[in-house]
Write a protein that binds this ligand. Structure first.
Ligand code: HEM
Length: 131
């Protein structure tokens, strides 16, 4: 039987290590923080530890690991942030860059990015395609 994505990403230690790098990059990413609603959260260094915990737990579950995520579902978590496709792409790019930076192999990289892409319609609430 194939190992779960969770196991192939190095389990809780592998995922927490990647999220540690990712969140530091997201908090400093000018494109991500161009949205002032996002910056109100990501602009405060004191939010980093709790956010790392929540994103780690979410990722563990999403990758097929143990159920441990205590946070909001993706629609509720982002409903007031007015995220458009460009804002989503900026975060997705940073996730992909982090996986690449850490040397995650192609198959696992693609599988995790497919999971992320699957949540685009839950996270994006602002249609700016023609504005
Ligand atoms: C599939 C992609 C994404 C995942 C898996 C994800 C994951 C999460 C998680 C687990 C939380 C915590 C929820 C809670 O408080 O219970 C959260 C909150 C948040 N996310 Fe995302 N997120 C995604 C996309 C985005 C994007 C594209 C942005 C910005 C452009 C963003 C910005 C934020 C912000 C600012 C918060 C904190 C909201 C607050 O508590 O005030 N997220 N996200």
């Amino acid at each position: 039987m194939t190992e779960s994505l969770y196991d192939r990403l190095g389990g809780t230690y592998g995922i927490a290590g990647a999220v540690d790098v990712l969140v530091d990059r997201l908090f400093q990413n000018a494109s991500v923080n161009a949205n002032e609603n996002v910056h109100a959260h990501h602009g405060k260094p004191a939010n980093a530890p709790g956010y790392k915990f929540l994103v780690t737990a979410w990722s563990i579950e999403a990758a097929g690991g143990p159920k441990c995520y205590p946070g909001l579902d993706m629609e509720a978590a982002h409903s007031t942030l007015q995220i458009d496709d460009e804002g989503f792409d900026a975060v997705a790019l940073e996730i992909a860059a982090t996986l690449s930076f850490l040397g995650v192999p192609d198959a696992e990289h693609r599988e995790f990015m497919n999971i992320i892409e699957g949540y685009r319609s839950s996270v994006v609430t602002l249609d700016t395609a023609f504005s």
